[in-house]
Design a protein around this ligand. Sequence first.
Ligand SMILES: [Zn+2]
Ligand SMILES: [Zn+2]
Length: 234
Amino acid sequence: MGWFRRKRRSGGAAVVTPRGGRVCDCCNTPMEPGAGYLLATKDVVVSPAYWELNFRATKGLADELRLDTAQLSGLFQDVLRQTAGQHSPWSVCEECSGMFLVDRDSARAHSRAGTAPQGTGRVKPSECAQFAAEGWERIFGSWPASVSRRSPKDICDVCRRSVHEGETTTLVPPDRMAAYRAAGLVGTAAGLPSHPEGHTLCHPCSARLFAGLHRAGGDGGEAGDTGDTAAPAG
Ligand SMILES: [Zn+2]
Ligand SMILES: [Zn+2]
């Protein structure tokens, strides 16, 4: 659809660090050359928190343009296709890095060296449509008709968000969870349900925890067991 053009990413090969720095590909904050993290598209598009951020920016524009249902549906498809289609690595600032579950040391090293992380390249939109649809629903209040909704497989013990098949989650043993809460690394207003076998953390809550551990210099690899895909190394 020609009426909508994304301007969030600078495009081109981020592997070659441009002179004079660049901006975070998530929030557009200027970054020093070599600062932050370099991520592959496959690591970005599985983050429900990223999609929420993305669509929050999109919604302002959609409201301004007073898009109808058909146009909104096209907008969702457009953003999904363009985001999944990013072939170059993503520059991500410190703050935004808390949305992603990656090996943070490696992602930082790639940013410093200007090298592409493993798995850099496009992703099939169908592989991340579920996560995008979730973010869309949270921001726009309706589930995109083009994406079939999966039934939840679990609920996050921290934020009570539904967790679906394919989402990376973490299982944190109760004693470790108590320590993380005491250290302020896991925020829960209410008490946690009693789960002797461990607490399930959704992707956003897991990513926040691992980022907090990494910043504190702790060993993120010992946070718990991550399911489904690669566990971040500490
Ligand atoms: Zn950012
Ligand atoms: Zn959660």
